[in-house]
Design a protein around this ligand. Structure first.
Ligand SMILES: [Zn+2]
Length: 315
């Protein structure tokens, strides 16, 4: 089942009642961290599978992910909202936790989500720490910086189309929030980089660039359904995979695409091949991860991520 959250009444416009009061979940960070570390220890020591195998690495910074213990073990999942945007929830050691994507634009300091369980609403607070991302100066074809009127019109059309795709919220929970590398090659630390193109400031980089060769196969990072395929001015040939509950992955600058919207895909199933379509300075994969309509750092989700300085860059 797939909902556009703007049309899904139960996820929007929920007011927090006057009786609700902020509740700071002291100790929940250490609880999450303790489970994480103990599972890592188990995994390393005995190869055992555990809860954290299915969760991203928590990092409560702009562009990161926080994992909040909601302190409830109700049979039905609570509804969690960040503003009006539904947040992914998951059971962990029989308790419900929220997996929150934190926008790159977030201001460090206290933040909160609304939690609805039955008729009861409450607020749960968390704290966003500071993170300084690096700067990056890029040189690209002038046509990808100084857009013609025709290209501006195309970009505006595509922006709306992609924006609508980001609003998708399919209710099926993802099998896992851990991802496999979508392509072989060096995973860069380019996520969050503050960028200039030909000397002009642009939005920070919202994905991870992975250096690869033209024609290298690109794989789905997890099970899901193909939400959208298309050719876009900046992103080039693009595939978006919906993993459920607002958890999406994006694959850009492809040479070609071997899937169509609606296709069910398995983790490591081929989606297409590496190319340099769109705004790209060399062959690579732009790989991006979205939670609750927020781009978050793919490195937090990738198994055994090896981060290296970006050598090939683009939008
Ligand atoms: Zn990129």
């Amino acid at each position: 089942m797939r909902l556009n959250h703007r049309q899904a009444g139960r996820y929007t416009g929920i007011a927090v009642g006057g009786a609700a009061r902020p509740r700071h979940e002291t100790g929940r960070s250490s609880w999450i961290r303790g489970v994480w570390l103990s599972v890592i220890g188990l995994t390393v020591a005995g190869g055992a599978l555990g809860y954290a195998e299915n969760l991203p690495m928590p990092s409560a910074v702009p562009g990161g992910v926080d994992i909040i213990d909601l302190g409830s073990n109700t049979p039905d999942p609570p509804t969690v909202l960040s503003g009006s945007i539904p947040v992914l929830v998951r059971q962990m050691a029989s308790r419900w936790v929220a997996i929150i994507g934190i926008p790159l634009s977030a201001t460090p300091g206290p933040a909160r989500v609304q939690v609805q369980e039955g008729a009861a609403n409450r607020l749960v607070e968390y704290t966003i720490a500071t993170k300084v991302y690096r700067s990056q100066a890029l040189t690209v074809s002038p046509k990808h910086v100084d857009l013609s009127a025709r290209d501006v019109a195309r970009y505006e059309r595509e922006r709306v189309e992609l924006q609508n795709a980001w609003l998708t919220y399919s209710t099926t929970p993802p099998n896992s929030l851990r991802l496999v590398a979508p392509v072989g090659g060096k995973q860069s630390d380019s996520f969050g980089a503050r960028r200039t193109f030909n000397g002009e400031a642009r939005q920070p980089h919202t994905g991870m660039d992975i250096t690869a060769h033209i024609g290298d196969p690109v794989y789905s990072a997890a099970d899901g359904h193909v939400l959208l395929t298309g050719n876009y001015f900046f992103n080039g040939n693009t595939v978006i995979v919906d993993h459920g509950q607002g958890f999406l992955t994006l694959y850009c600058h492809l040479l070609d695409m071997s899937v169509r919207p609606g296709d069910a895909v398995k983790s490591s199933q081929m989606l297409g091949h590496v190319g340099l379509s769109g705004r790209s300075t060399g062959p690579h994969l732009h790989f991006a991860v979205m939670l609750n309509q927020t781009w978050v750092d793919p490195a937090l989700f990738l198994n055994q991520a090896k981060i290296s300085p970006s050598t090939r860059t683009h939008q």
